[in-house]
Design a protein around this ligand. Structure first.
Ligand code: KDG
Ligand code: MG
Length: 402
């Protein structure tokens, strides 16, 4: 069974998505997500110009060999564009393998380790009252875990808070929006937010919070310490993670669990964090971390060191990535949580899928393969629109991490 065709589909049903579709010579198709928000066309071009010509005529069932061929064969290794492109190929080949075997992909990964995948939703608002209402709404929908993001008085653009009560969507205009930030105001405000959420909803609900890379290690240590009474499930991306040893300082000062990894693209980005047990959850996901093959390698390393998974799952990854993530989530021994942000209706229609949400859990498809596809005709009705992620500036104009 050889690869006969591979094409890249760029579409914008509410937001931009890039998808690779591989077709074998006997007509089996597989899909892989290749979305890198704000840099979509770089991956589309990398795939079209440099990867697709190498795929035609290759054996479709040699997933590991194809992964190594694209990773080692490029000579220039790693990086978000390369690893997202490799992820798309890898995911599509797992989809094909599942279809040929007549099995959902999680069965090829060893079968179920659990009945369902616990997900966390995004509760957010500009004010604490609005936030409490949104947490209550999520609990009514059945969520057992919620990420809590709130506006900070005196800070123009807090991360994770949508405008006018809408879901948060950071990718906007073609030229990045300029957001404003003040760490001191944030550090002062957040403990009172969590105090109110805990006192309103009690100890059962799992609470999470995303710092989105904005603090220094000592500031992050202070935040973690001040949130200890509210028993967070995790504090996410407290500092930029390029300096892995920087997490030692946070660890020395707080028992608040730490989650990191949505911007990681290889096992090397988290090797030290995992082997020194500096984090509790690794949040890499299928599309940006080299596909199912490489992400499973990361999770296996994490398992040795008591680190659990917590895969990234916003709408900046397509339903193809989410479908693939669920097969891993349900099968690995060290699953922690899966992020879940429902898609705009148009995106759900462009990517017909059979994973389902019930009672706070997502359930992977039982269909052969991943159980997700792309409706190419419908996708063509939503042409690509340039949309960049914001940049962040301090009050004196200094460019800060977003
Ligand atoms: O496109 C960027 C988003 O995916 C990112 O900001 C989302 O931090 C994020 C999260 O935890 O979902
Ligand atoms: Mg995040």
């Amino acid at each position: 069974m050889k690869i006969a065709d591979a094409r890249v589909i760029v579409t914008c049903p509410g937001r931009n998505f890039v998808t690779l579709k591989i077709v074998t010579d006997d007509g089996v198709t597989g899909v892989g997500d290749a979305t890198l928000t704000g840099r979509e066309l770089a991956v589309a071009s990398y795939l079209t110009e440099h990867v697709v010509p190498l795929l035609i005529g290759r054996e479709a069932d040699r997933i590991e060999d194809t992964w190594q061929y694209l990773y080692r064969g490029a000579y220039w290794r790693r990086g978000p564009v390369t690893m997202t492109a490799i992820a798309a190929v890898d995911t599509a080949l797992w989809d094909i393998k599942g279809k040929v075997a007549g099995l959902p992909v999680y069965q090829l990964l060893g079968g179920r380790s659990r009945d369902g995948v616990t997900v966390y939703g995004h509760a957010q608002a500009a004010t604490v009252d609005g936030l409490l209402a949104d947490v209550a709404r999520h609990l009514d929908l059945g969520y057992r875990a919620v990420r809590v993001q709130c506006g900070v008085p005196g800070v123009a653009d807090s991360y994770g808070v949508g405008r006018d009560g809408l879901p948060y969507e950071p990718a906007g205009a073609a030229i990045p929006a300029e957001n404003g930030w003040n760490s001191e105001r944030y550090l002062t405000h957040m403990p009172s937010v969590f105090a109110q959420v805990r006192s309103e909803f009690g100890p059962e609900v799992k609470l999470l919070h995303d710092v989105h890379h904005r603090l220094t290690p000592i500031e992050a240590a202070r935040l973690g310490k001040s949130l200890e009474p509210y028993a967070l499930t995790w504090l996410e991306d407290p500092v930029p993670a390029e300096l892995q040893e920087g997490f030692r300082l946070i660890r020395q000062h707080t028992t608040t669990p730490i989650a990191v990894g949505e911007v990681f693209n290889s096992i090397w980005d988290c090797q030290q964090l995992i082997t020194e047990q500096l984090i509790d959850y690794v949040r890499a996901t299928v599309v940006h971390a080299g596909g199912i093959t490489h992400l499973r390698r990361i999770f296996d390393l994490a398992h040795l060191y008591h680190v659990r998974s917590g895969s990234h799952g916003t709408t900046s990854l397509s339903p193809v990535c989410l479908a693939a993530a669920l097969h891993l989530d349900v099968s690995i021994p060290n699953f922690g949580l899966q992020e879940y942000q429902p898609y705009p209706e148009a995106a759900d229609a462009v990517f017909p899928h059979s994973y389902r949400f019930a009672d706070g859990f997502l359930h992977p498809s039982e269909q052969p393969g991943l159980g997700v596809d792309i409706d190419e005709e419908l996708a063509a009705r939503y042409p690509y629109r340039p949309a960049a992620l914001p940049v962040n500036r301090l009050e004196d104009g200094t460019l800060h991490d977003w």
